[in-house]
Structure formats: C-alpha cells, structure tokens
Design a protein around this ligand. Structure first.
Ligand SMILES: O=C(O)CCC(=O)C(=O)O
Length: 273
C-alpha cells in the first residue's frame, strides 16, 4: 500500500514516485523479452502494436498482475481493480520522439476518473533520456483544450497538446529501472527527446481502472487484477500462457483496433500509432 505521505503526494501533486517494484533481474527479463519479440517478430511492437503486449507475453502479463504494483494502485482506486490496457513507450536514442503536454483523461474515455496510470521504468528514465515531466497540481483544474498537431515525432496518437504550459512549474519524474510512478488522469505531463546513446523504455499500464469505470468513447477489454467486477461494463480478456500464441495475437490485434477507434475519435487524420 502507499504510505499516508505517498497518498498525500498523489492527491496534492497528481502523481507519486518513485515506488520500488521490480528487481534488476526482473527488468532484465522484461528487456530481453522486448528484444526477443523485436528480433523474431519485427512488426509486432511497431505502431499500433506497441499497445497491449501483455496479451501476447506472459512476462508482461505477470507485470500487470504484480502484487507490489497492485498494492499501490489499490490505495488509489480501491480493491476492485481491472487492467484496462498497456502501452510500451520506447524512445530510441537516434530518433526525435517526444510526448507533448497532455492529460490522459482527454482521450482515453474512462469515466468516472477512478483510475490511475502506472509508468514502469524498464530502463532508467532521467532528464537526458527524456523522462516524463509533471505539472504538479494541474490535475485539480478542468480538462484542458488540446490542439491536435500530428507532429511526426510525437509519440502520442494525434500529437494532442496542451498549450502554454509553465515549464518552470513542471518537474522531472526521474526513475531507476524497476521503479514505478503513478499519475492521475488529469495531470498535465509530457516528455522530451532521448539525448542519450541508449534506449529509454517505459511500460505503461494505461490504465488500472476501478470496476466502476466505464468506457464512454468505445470498447475496451479488461483483465481482473484484484477483487470482483460487479459492474461488468467490459468484456474480460484472456491471459496468455505462452509467448505469441496465435489466438492471443489475434486478440491483441482486435483489442488494438478498438483502442485505435477510441484514440482517433473525431480526429482529422490518423498517425502512425
Ligand atoms: O513515456 C512517456 O514519455 C510519456 C508517457 C505518457 O504520457 C503516459 O504514460 O501517460
């Protein structure tokens, strides 16, 4: 569980970090899994495929159901928890990929906001390699206007951007490999390009939702992470028992097609993710 101080930080600032969850051995195993998938199935984690790798990999599935992560999440959303989706945010050292200032709540479609995004560092995340920057307290306002920029280096689907963010009020969310941060649906956050010579990898459970949370834009599949789902708003997804089982892969593709409809609702065009 989060300590009282951590929970207060989350409530006051809109995020809490760092939380130690995985050992270096465990993150090494995850990194190896990514590299193995990329080598054997080069198209699998590209574009829209970066979403929901936990449907095809037991190693990623295990992360989503990790009890240390769920203990922390339970402090925020309560004991009935669903995994509502995952995304791999990989920033290559030789690319200009960045994430514009945004609020997750603006496009994800989960309501009410009894949910939290869990960002797990698979490599360290620091100012040099483009860690997230968080605008503390910005979650207390309203959902802000976002401009769709469709910038090709933007790692968000449509380059959605909150403008005029006071940079001096933002802080870097520095994490060691194996550490987690939890952020509120409404907090404004973003990240710059990776200026180091190594990959920066974040595995993001986007998001852990309370069972009372509906999807108001489209359809989403979920896994039961803890407790009971008395609401049954969503179709429950299978859990993988082997890597890249054909049925699981088809399921991931189906889930990602639905996710794409949510992310691109009312968009003028689609991007590469
Ligand atoms: O990985 C990043 O730099 C940004 C990820 C993000 O925006 C999120 O997890 O909500």
């Amino acid at each position: 569980m989060l300590t009282d101080k951590e929970l207060k930080n989350y409530k006051d600032d809109g995020y809490v970090a760092p939380i130690d969850v995985l050992s270096l051995e465990e993150v090494k195993e995850i990194k190896k899994e990514i590299e193995y998938i990329e080598k054997k199935w080069p198209d699998e984690l590209v574009g829209l495929g970066r979403n929901n790798v936990h449907y095809i990999s037991p190693i990623f599935d295990k992360v989503c159901h990790n009890s240390k992560i769920l203990d922390a999440v339970e402090s925020i959303v309560g004991k009935d928890i669903l995994v509502g989706g995952t995304t791999l945010f990989i920033k290559e050292p030789d690319k200009k990929g960045f994430v514009s200032w945004h609020q997750d709540a603006r496009y994800i479609g989960f309501e009410p906001y009894n949910w939290v995004t869990a960002w797990l560092a698979i490599t360290e995340a620091n100012e040099e390699n483009g860690c997230m920057r968080m605008w503390s307290g910005s979650h207390k306002g309203k959902v802000k206007d976002h401009k769709d920029t469709y910038n090709e280096n933007n790692l968000l689907t449509r380059g959605q951007t909150v403008q005029n963010v006071p940079i001096e009020k933002t802080a870097p969310n520095i994490l060691k490999a194996g550490q987690l941060s939890l952020h509120h649906p409404m907090i404004v956050h973003g990240s710059g390009p990776n200026k180091s010579n190594k990959r920066r990898i974040g595995f993001v459970i986007q998001s852990y939702i309370g069972t009372n949370v509906d999807q108001v834009i489209g359809k989403v599949y979920v896994q039961q992470a803890r407790g009971k789902d008395i609401f049954q708003y969503h179709t429950h997804a299978p859990r993988p028992t082997e890597l890249m089982n054909k049925k699981d892969q088809e399921f991931k593709n189906k889930a990602n097609e639905e996710l794409s409809k949510i992310f691109y609702k009312d968009a003028k065009k689609t991007g590469k993710y």
